[in-house]
Write a protein that binds this ligand. Sequence first.
Ligand SMILES: [Zn+2]
Ligand SMILES: [Zn+2]
Length: 383
Amino acid sequence: MMQAAFSHVRPKACCFRAALDRSATFCDECGQPILRCMASEECGGLLDEDGRCPVCVAPELSIDAGAVSSVKVGGALSIPLLITNTSAVGRPLFIKEMWVKAPDKALTPVDLAFQRLASGAVAEVSVSTGALPTAGVHRIEVIFIAATRYLWREECYAFSASFAVDVEAESAGSIVQNINVSADQIGAGMTIYNPTRMQREKADAPARRAEPIVLTLQRADSFERQEGYRGYESGIAVPRSVALAWAGFDHGQVPPDGPIRTQTGVLSFGRASNAAHSGMNDVRLVISGPDGTDEDASVHISRRHFLLYVENDRLMLRVESQNGLSVNGDPLRRGETAILKDGDVIAPLVRRPDAISLQVSFDVPADEVGQVVLRRRIGTGRR
Ligand SMILES: [Zn+2]
Ligand SMILES: [Zn+2]
């Protein structure tokens, strides 16, 4: 049977219902795979079609009604921003980096005095536009990287928001201007920030602090790839829903072809059993052939040797064995991780790399990997 492509799975109401059964791996109603957040033990979330858990990664950016003055031509504006972690389930969010971009200027890093934001917490960030040389409405863009962590894993996402600031001509003095800008001129959904007016509202009603203006956030997926936060340098991506296909294994050693279906999204490989429910692994890794298992040679493979999972749109490996392993001949120790690429060869036995190895092949129909083939090779050195 052809393996259906599950790129960009959007969970439906039926899928959330099916996911209440913690062991469910497919929705019994629509047949889509259930792609749980890596932290689903804590959040119960399913990944959206862009690979983000909306329960864990729920930042909100707003402009605070802080004490700022209007800006004249040539002046710089300091904009007080508030960043909030609106996650309702107590999952912390990590704001790793932030940039501001004014028209015709490069991205400028913003100093962050914090990184970890507990759920419900609000942090203040002051963003400077740099000198604004001409009068009129200027579009200011803010981009930031938000990360969610679970055990040793981390998923990063870029978000962007933009708003307009009005730069007064030199002659305007302190007169509060009315801004008449249509959505066509600055883009739909854009917030116009008029510090003079906000200042005035604040002064008129000192008892009532003006409300922060919540900005519309967008996933900046091309920024994520260009800047190396997600996907591969070559521009391709391995979505969480990628289909795995197994080759060169014996019957019963591997799970069925298709997306990773474990609850945590991690597949474990090792010598110990992979029996359903009771087994320690998802993939049984032994040196075996038509004559059965070579127990003496297989004993050097650890009971649990390594893990495979998708993180930041990349296929990842993490070493679990005390003995380490090698990828393309490069040794890796326990706890180390590697990004796997097309053509990589994983050798569980560092000193006998030819005894057993796994070759990774990517099938890339467009800019996204549709299928990853993992081929077990036994005794390649002797053939
Ligand atoms: Zn469904
Ligand atoms: Zn989550």
